[in-house]
Design a protein around this ligand. Structure first.
Ligand SMILES: [Zn+2]
Length: 216
């Protein structure tokens, strides 16, 4: 619920905002806002999408129609949500899955929100194959599964090491943060430090400096 002491302040702001609009029933709305208690005011704000509902879910979002701005993968791409990135190319990034099917489960996230697998850029698969090779050699898995899935309307590619007994449908388990950091260190592409060209120092030639003879 809204803190009681904030109610007058919020009402004041709201009334000012209403004043600035050209709603036909402005005066009516203003009057009802003035008469609201904390609960009614909160409901009003939620309904008008001025704040999120107490559950944190925007009420108007219909299920299964995640908007790009609400998509967790877009948030990862934009860096709004922290992730364990290990590689990237121009169209996609590769991050460690937080709830992996097996150790080293990586997801390739196209930077663009693509709801349809047919549109995945070929470079996303190039990255997936590169990661698969790396997983096989670094983690000594028997095999690596590559398959696409669509979560929250964002098409991604799973790269899953297969050791003993795993299947792509094995149960997911939440990875420990320290495990993820360790894997990230092992798998991430070490960016070569940019080679700075050292400015060449001009050697001073041993010029015989001509000095005027001192007159004693
Ligand atoms: Zn997305």
């Amino acid at each position: 619920m809204l803190p009681e002491e904030q109610v007058p302040q919020i009402k004041k702001q709201l009334l000012e905002q209403l004043d600035a609009t050209n709603l036909p029933n402005k005066e009516e709305v203003k009057k009802s806002v003035e008469g609201m208690n904390a609960v009614q005011l909160e409901e009003f704000l939620v309904q008008n999408k001025l704040i999120k509902s107490p559950e944190g879910e925007p009420q108007s979002a219909p299920q299964g129609s995640a908007q790009p701005q609400q998509c967790i993968f877009c948030s990862i791409v934009f860096g709004d949500v922290p992730s364990h990135k290990i590689d990237e190319n121009k169209d996609s990034i590769a991050v460690l899955e937080l709830n992996p099917i097996s150790k080293g489960h990586v997801i390739i996230i196209p930077k663009e929100h693509l709801p349809d697998s047919g549109k995945l850029p070929s470079t996303a698969f190039t990255l997936a194959k590169k990661i698969a090779k790396k997983l096989k050699s670094k983690l000594k898995s028997k095999d690596v599964e590559i398959h696409t899935s669509n979560i929250f309307g964002h098409e991604i590619i799973n790269v899953i090491p297969m050791y003993e007994g795993e299947t792509p449908n094995s149960e997911r388990q939440q990875a420990k943060p320290e495990e993820l950091s360790k894997l990230q260190k092992l798998l991430e592409v070490k960016k070569k430090a940019p080679i700075l060209k050292k400015p060449k120092r001009k050697k001073l030639k041993d010029k015989k400096l001509w000095l005027p003879k001192r007159i004693p």
